[in-house]
Design a protein around this ligand. Structure first.
Ligand SMILES: *[C@@H]1O[C@H](CO)[C@@H](O)[C@H](O)[C@H]1NC(C)=O
Ligand SMILES: *[C@@H]1O[C@H](CO)[C@@H](O)[C@H](O)[C@H]1NC(C)=O
Ligand SMILES: *[C@@H]1O[C@H](CO)[C@@H](O)[C@H](O)[C@H]1NC(C)=O
Ligand SMILES: *[C@@H]1O[C@H](CO)[C@@H](O)[C@H](O)[C@H]1NC(C)=O
Ligand SMILES: *[C@@H]1O[C@H](CO)[C@@H](O)[C@H](O)[C@H]1NC(C)=O
Ligand SMILES: *[C@H]1O[C@@H](CO)[C@H](O)[C@@H](O)[C@@H]1NC(C)=O
Length: 571
């Protein structure tokens, strides 16, 4: 069976990586020599997710898919729950929800990847099948080169074994104008009519983040283009770049090589400096091999994010079986490293999200893949429920610690919206100042996830609407400050602004609640926040779910549906 005939998708995950400088480690990528190979005898079930993917144990940060089968490749430490010993773990699925673990796909075995097999991507070559491009680490000083691997047995539907041919490997080494220790994470390649494949590799020059462009006719001999496809001042290292076309009309996804005039492009980078993912929508000028963001897309720290919470190192891929582009990110723990070791696991995959361009053309929209609905079990609903200021209504009858909830709120007027101060540029700061406990005019209203009986612990996900001189400003928050009685935790007030038309006086919210995850989609997926929380009381059957309003304007729960979620099979 030719691979090209089969339904083939590959996703890859981005291994977003820890870099050693002269043996030291950059701030966020802790290396814990003492902890990284402690053998795990006990794997704690507490706060382990029921339907978000995580490996049986230890540390994870990435996904992939292929051949009528979705493949998840992830950065994995086979020996411990902190970063180290990195290999490409490999799991497969037919529905993106239930997974089976296979043997590791890539592990250090050659001089060009002796010190690690870091992130990369898969490209399907028409008529030939998939090729993995990944970053190999050649020495202790983290010098990085780009390598390729191909399936050992193309007839194996699961592609269990991967070979790294000696011919041509490594396929790219840093040129004299590139710093080889910040040079990684090759993208899925795209093919152009001039007969060349093109791919990007993330890097930086001084503090300027950039995506280097390479071209090849045969996929093994790559030549660096004179200019990066794009760069931006002061953004630091660009990890896990992703570059793909989106359709100007409708929700269908496009193959990475798609061209046409009804197409825009998206460039996403994981910015190591803040550990968030930023993207712009723009135009790819093929003749010059330049990408230019639209003037509606801010290029830099004020720019759009895929997710305003724990979400990093994502990759997208085109799924031809359903004509959609799927975006997949990794969410780290907000727990301490010592707790990760005690739990015996760390890191989960977010629920795969379908991604498309909003009809405004200004931003992307994301929504959990429809396959997730197959885990929905018992349903409860509420409609036309009025919520006065200070009111809470419990959503009873489902497993609140493992649930999916969709709700539409409405209000009859915008008059009570508080005045917006133009100095409030940072949504997270504003959420910290005006959390759910600070009563307002129009909002805060939303849900309280993972809530203990007497409200000692709760994670509010809510909206607050402000009035600026010429428009209304909608803030969406997922505030972890009251999420746990445990003190020494990272409990951020994650937040983003929502670019939404309020003329219908409605706002919708969906949250996927899964023990230590609250993954929320505001206004149909325009602003999204994944938060990791670790309640001590609001666990399992002791967790509750509420809707609430803490603003003077009465809010109506027009419609709420909530489901108990079954657990997924994972490995
Ligand atoms: C390749 O995979 C096919 C299908 O699983 C199997 O029948 C065959 O024996 C494999 N070949 C080798 C050399 O392992
Ligand atoms: C290369 O990048 C590393 C990591 O940021 C930095 O420590 C080093 O000084 C850079 N080397 C050069 C020659 O710029
Ligand atoms: C943005 O670009 C569009 C064309 O793409 C142009 O019509 C518009 O005037 C520009 N706006 C600004 C503020 O530059
Ligand atoms: C509300 O839930 C009940 C089951 O609890 C179900 O039978 C009914 O169809 C639901 N109504 C709507 C409008 O979804
Ligand atoms: C609503 O506001 C009151 C008064 O500030 C506060 O005590 C309560 O905790 C708030 N509710 C939520 C869910 O934050
Ligand atoms: C996840 O963990 C928290 C707490 O340790 C850090 O503050 C984040 O920077 C980190 N996020 C990523 C993407 O690594």
């Amino acid at each position: 069976m030719g691979l090209s005939n089969s339904l083939t998708l590959i996703v890859v995950w981005c291994l977003c990586v820890m870099i050693c400088n002269n043996g030291d480690v950059e701030a966020f990528h802790g290396i814990y020599p003492r902890l990284q190979s402690i053998s795990v005898r006990y794997v704690s079930k507490l706060q382990r997710t029921g339907y978000h993917f995580q490996p049986r144990r230890n540390w994870i940060n990435g996904p992939m898919y292929y051949n009528g089968i979705y493949h998840l490749f992830y950065q994995y430490n086979p020996k411990g729950a902190v970063w180290g010993n990195i290999v490409w773990g490999h799991s497969v699925s037919k529905d993106l929800i239930n997974w089976k673990q296979l043997e590791d796909a890539l592990y250090p075995s050659k001089p060009f990847d002796k010190f690690g097999c870091w992130s990369g991507s898969v490209t399907i070559l028409p008529g030939k099948g998939p090729v993995i491009l990944y970053t190999g680490v050649v020495d202790e000083r983290s010098n990085e080169v780009q390598c390729y691997a191909i399936p050992e047995n193309a007839s194996d539907p699961f592609l269990r074994k991967w070979a790294k041919p000696d011919a041509f490997n490594p396929i790219v080494v840093a040129g004299h104008d590139i710093n080889g220790s910040v040079f990684r994470d090759p993208t899925t390649a795209w093919w152009s009519k001039d007969g060349h494949w093109r791919m990007l590799i993330g890097g930086k020059r001084n503090d300027r983040g950039m995506a280097f462009l390479y071209r090849s006719k045969d996929f093994v001999r790559w030549i660096q283009a004179k200019h990066p496809i794009h760069s931006a001042a002061s953004t630091g290292m660009w990890e896990c770049p992703d570059f793909y076309p989106v359709s100007l009309k409708g929700k269908n996804g496009l193959d990475t090589s798609m061209v046409g005039n009804k197409v825009k492009h998206v460039l996403k980078n994981s910015l190591d400096k803040t550990r968030y993912e930023y993207y712009t929508v723009g135009t790819y000028f093929r003749s010059k091999d330049k990408y230019i963001p639209d003037n509606t897309s801010e290029d830099g720290w004020g720019g759009l994010r895929y997710d305003y919470g724990n979400f990093y190192a994502s990759k997208s891929f085109f799924d031809p079986s359903k004509n959609r582009r799927i975006l997949w990110g990794w969410a780290n723990e907000s727990d301490s490293k010592e707790d990760d070791v005690k739990k015996g696991w760390a890191g989960i995959q977010a629920i795969p999200r379908t991604v498309w361009l909003d009809s405004s053309g200004r931003q992307l929209v994301q929504w959990p893949v429809e396959e997730l609905n197959s885990l929905r079990e018992k349903e409860v609903n509420i409609s036309n429920q009025k919520l006065k200021k200070g009111h809470y209504v419990e959503v009873k009858g489902i497993t609140a610690a493992q649930a999916d909830v969709e709700v539409t709120f409405s209000f009859s007027s915008l008059d009570k919206a508080e005045t917006f101060d133009s100095r409030w540029v940072n949504a997270e700061d504003l959420c910290m100042q005006r959390g759910s406990k600070v009563q307002g005019g129009l909002g805060p209203f939303g849900i309280l996830a993972l809530t203990s009986k007497k409200l000692e612990e709760f994670t509010p996900v809510f909206f607050r609407i402000f009035k600026a001189p010429t428009k209304h400003v909608v803030l969406m928050c997922s505030d972890a400050r009251s999420s746990s009685m445990k003190r020494e935790l990272y409990k951020p007030s994650f937040a983003g602004f929502v670019d939404v038309d309020l003329s219908y006086k409605k706002l919708s919210l969906r949250s996927l609640i899964d023990h230590s995850v609250v993954e929320s989609f505001g206004a149909g997926g325009k602003t999204n926040i994944l938060s990791r929380v670790y309640p001590t009381l609001a666990i399992n059957k002791k967790a509750h779910l509420f809707v609430f309003n803490n603003g003077t304007e009465q809010i109506t729960v027009e419609n709420l549906k909530a489901w108990s979620m079954k657990s997924a099979r994972r490995n």
